[in-house]
Design a binder for this molecule. Structure first.
Ligand SMILES: [Zn+2]
Ligand SMILES: [Zn+2]
Length: 134
C-alpha cells in the first residue's frame, strides 16, 4: 500500500503509522528544527492527525515555542513529531524516522533564511524564506 507509511525511533521503543497521503512534505531549515534534531535540516511529512497513530510506545512531548510542541523518544532521543497548538488536526513526523523515506519525497523548502551556508541541496523545489506562502 503506497499510502501507508510506518516508522520508528532509533531504539525501536516508539513506532508510528500514517495512513493516507501526506498533506505536505518539506525540508525545514529553521533554527528550532536544527537544534531539536541536531541536524542541518529536518524533513517533515504532515498527516491528518486522525490518520496518524503510535503503534508501539509513545514519545515524550515538550512545548517548544508559543505556538508548537515537539516530541522525541524518551529512551533514545530521536526527534519524532512537530505539532501546531492551534491546528491539532494535523501532525508532522520526521521523514528520517520512516522505514521507507523514499516514499515521502519533499515538495518544498521552508525557512531558508535560516539555512546553513555550506549546505547545497541541488533540487528545483520551491523555496520559502520563512513559512509557506512567503
Ligand atoms: Zn527510541
Ligand atoms: Zn523548522
Amino acid at each position: 500500500m503506497s499510502d501507508m507509511h510506518e516508522g520508528g525511533c532509533l531504539c525501536g521503543a516508539v513506532r508510528w503509522r500514517a495512513a493516507g497521503a501526506p498533506q505536505n512534505v518539506n525540508h525545514c531549515h529553521c533554527e528550532m528544527c536544527r537544534r531539536g534534531s541536531g541536524a542541518a535540516v529536518v524533513t517533515w511529512a504532515a498527516f491528518a492527525a486522525k490518520d496518524f497513530t503510535f503503534t508501539r510506545g509513545a514519545p515524550v512531548w515538550r512545548q517548544s515555542s508559543a505556538v508548537a510542541r515537539r516530541s522525541f523518544c524518551g529512551a533514545c532521543g530521536s526527534a519524532l513529531n512537530w505539532q501546531s497548538l492551534k491546528h491539532e488536526d494535523s501532525i508532522d513526523v520526521t521523514v528520517g524516522t520512516a522505514d521507507r523515506p523514499e516514499g515521502l519525497a519533499p515538495r518544498e523548502h521552508l525557512w531558508t533564511e535560516g539555512a546553513v551556508s555550506w549546505l547545497h541541496i541541488q533540487d528545483n523545489l520551491p523555496r520559502h524564506r520563512t513559512r509557506r506562502g512567503t
